[in-house]
Design a protein around this ligand. Structure first.
Ligand SMILES: [Fe+2]
Length: 367
């Protein structure tokens, strides 16, 4: 009676089987065989006792005879299904065994949700193969269930996070009407730059998201500083310079947005190390932040702000070209220049401007 088929239990935590049969010899023989395969086996002489055992312990499989005093095997099958929640991956499967072979019982068993059906006398090798197949199916089902649960949780967390963050973005807009639209446009420009620079779909999505949130830290900047129509004092600049760090701190606890913290925090760093908050330089600045910096300044210069109306496209391009290798990453500047040539940057931005244009010498700091 040694098993001809070897099972690998190393990968499964599904070890417990309940054997239900009113004939002691049959249930004991099956139990001995299954224990030799490495399973933990309990036995029950009838359906009622089996249900009692199932109420107090978990089993991945019930192998049940059909014809028994009291509950039949088919009735036990139905009762077992009533014990579990729908789609519960821990619910036991049932294999039906009968001494009275007949198509009707087999059909009823399978229709009733049994995993398989055996007529006595059955081959232990065949039973072993069926149990092995069942273990593989349950493993796949469990993985699918875990993946689904994870996705649902991520979506739910992501949705709550998005709602909370959107409320903050709206609060920033309420503080400074000139930022309305700026963050979304920066997200779109940064995404286009990333795509053009050959970034992966995921990286482009991060760029877009980081752009739409990059100034969220301005929620902590006093209104009179944000909307001041004249030059800022040094202490007011100090306050403004806190916004990348404040923004990253707001986003850091939100797992769905953790990946955008770094570009948000570093979007005012400069290639030559003269930026803020950490005076990072060159490739020490995360690439996403270097791309974001170009997108941010491009939109900030071109669109109307509290202290000036937007600059002409040619002037914006000239300023960014002049900052190549000092303020900006040369690669990101080149990508912007190419996309500008292709008409993909400024044409969609025109709605961000009023009709009034002013001379270039009114330009203050772009962000
Ligand atoms: Fe900013």
């Amino acid at each position: 009676m040694s098993p001809a088929v070897t099972l690998s239990f190393a990968q499964t935590d599904e070890r417990r089987i309940l054997v239900v049969d009113d004939e002691p010899a049959v249930r004991n023989m099956l139990a001995v065989f299954l224990r030799r395969l490495g399973f933990e086996v309990e036995t029950a002489p009838d359906g009622e006792s089996a249900l009692e055992v199932l109420r107090h312990a978990e089993f991945f499989l019930v192998i049940s005879d059909v014809g028994m005093p009291g509950l039949s095997g088919l009735e036990l099958l139905k009762a077992i299904q009533g014990l579990a929640q729908p789609n519960d991956p821990k619910a036991p499967d049932v294999i039906i065994v009968t001494g009275k072979p007949g198509e009707r019982v087999a059909v009823e068993a399978l229709r009733g949700g049994a995993y398989d059906y055996f007529a006595k006398p059955f081959s232990f090798d065949a039973m072993t193969l069926t149990v092995k197949r069942l273990l593989e199916r349950r493993k796949l089902q469990r993985e699918a269930h875990e993946y689904h649960t994870l996705l649902v949780r991520m979506e739910s967390e992501g949705e709550h996070a998005r709602q909370a963050v959107q409320a903050l973005v709206e609060a920033v807009y309420a503080k400074d009407r000139y930022t309305r639209g700026h963050m979304e446009r920066v997200g779109r420009i940064a995404g286009k730059l990333g795509t053009y620079m050959g970034k992966s779909e995921e990286e482009v999505q991060i760029l877009y998201q980081a752009g739409t949130l990059h100034d969220i830290g301005k929620i902590g900047t006093p209104d009179h500083v944000l909307t001041k129509p004249s030059s800022l004092t040094e202490s007011e600049w100090e306050t403004i310079r806190l916004h990348p760090t404040v923004g990253a701190n707001i986003l850091a606890p939100i797992s769905a947005l953790r990946h955008v913290c770094s570009p948000v925090k570093c979007h005012h760093e400069r290639w030559d190390g003269s930026g803020y908050p950490d005076k990072l330089g060159g490739e020490d600045i995360p690439e996403s932040a270097r791309i974001l910096a170009v997108a941010d300044v491009c939109d900030a210069l071109f669109s109307d702000r509290a202290y000036r109306v937007g600059l002409p496209e040619s002037t914006v391009r000239e300023i960014i070209r002049a900052g190549r290798g000092s303020h900006f990453d040369p690669a990101a500047c080149e990508a912007l220049e190419d996309l500008c040539e292709a008409g993909q940057i400024f044409e969609p931005l025109v709605s961000s401007r009023s009709d009034r244009r002013v001379p270039d010498d009114e330009v203050k700091s772009p962000c």
